[in-house]
Write a protein of this length. Structure first.
Length: 255
């Protein structure tokens, strides 16, 4: 699963990196090294102006929520949608067919389970090892992760519109599988346009966009995984120290 992530890029950098011809359609968010469920996040979605950067809250609000209390409750448990069932679950299936987005991240956190050699609940930070060229400066910058996501709209009892999103997860592979059994579904650049296209509505076609078999891309392509301190466990903590790699001693591994 994905329960916390970081995003420290400025909107202009995301617009440049993801070639967002629709620009920013929302407010600028501060750098955040400890994004938790229900927080405001950036998402990329299609628009008449081309792909745009918008503000959504993390955790899909169930469309049938009767009031704000019920909406918040549903949102807090719908931060992730499983790729195996996203087209079937009532909360997600409509959005999966026609309201898909990308959720950009600098990196994300995962907590070790009993699957590998690490002490249970040891946090790890996962980021891309790739770079992209900023045409404005000619400099190389760390590449962002692009999570496959879905979004929806809900109108509260006062008529206010709330837009929210979930991150689609899949079975973990490679080194990630030694930490946790789930991972976000990452989409390579050559799949972004198709994923955002709202006219692609049939489930087999949408699923084929997520399926990287034979594409030359691996689900865990070019990821860097490192243990970090347990500061991230508290949502009160925030700052670059959260993503600083640490050395694990013998007491922090099983063997």
């Amino acid at each position: 699963m994905c329960g916390r992530f970081a995003l420290t890029s400025m909107p202009g950098d995301l617009v440049e990196e993801f070639v967002l011809t629709g620009g920013l359609h929302g407010v600028e968010l501060p750098s955040d090294w400890n994004i938790a469920p229900t927080k405001e996040i950036y998402a990329i979605r299609a628009s008449d102006r081309g792909p745009e950067l918008v503000n959504l809250s993390w955790g899909l609000i169930a469309p049938w929520s009767k009031d704000s209390t019920e909406a918040l409750r549903s949102q807090s448990i719908a931060i992730n949608a499983r790729t195996e069932s996203v087209d079937e679950k009532p909360t997600f299936r409509s959005a999966f067919r026609s309201r898909r987005c990308l959720v950009p991240a600098t990196g994300y956190y995962e907590w070790a389970t009993e699957l590998g050699q690490y002490e249970s609940k040891q946090p790890f930070y996962i980021r891309s090892g790739g770079t992209w060229i900023d045409k404005r400066s000619g400099q190389q910058r760390p590449k962002s992760l692009a999570f496959a996501g879905i979004f929806d709209r809900w109108v509260d009892e006062n008529g206010e519109i709330h837009e929210s999103a979930s991150i689609i997860t899949r079975e973990a592979v490679g080194e990630l599988a030694t930490v946790h059994h789930r991972m976000p579904t990452f989409l390579p650049e050559d799949r972004w346009d198709a994923w955002l296209d709202p006219t692609i509505r049939d489930v087999p076609s949408i699923r084929s966009i997520m399926d990287l078999t034979g594409s030359g891309h691996a689900p865990d392509e070019n990821l860097v995984i490192a243990p970090v301190s347990k500061l991230v466990n508290s949502t009160r903590n925030n700052g670059p120290e959260l993503i600083k790699p640490i050395e694990l001693g013998e007491s922090q591994t099983l063997f």
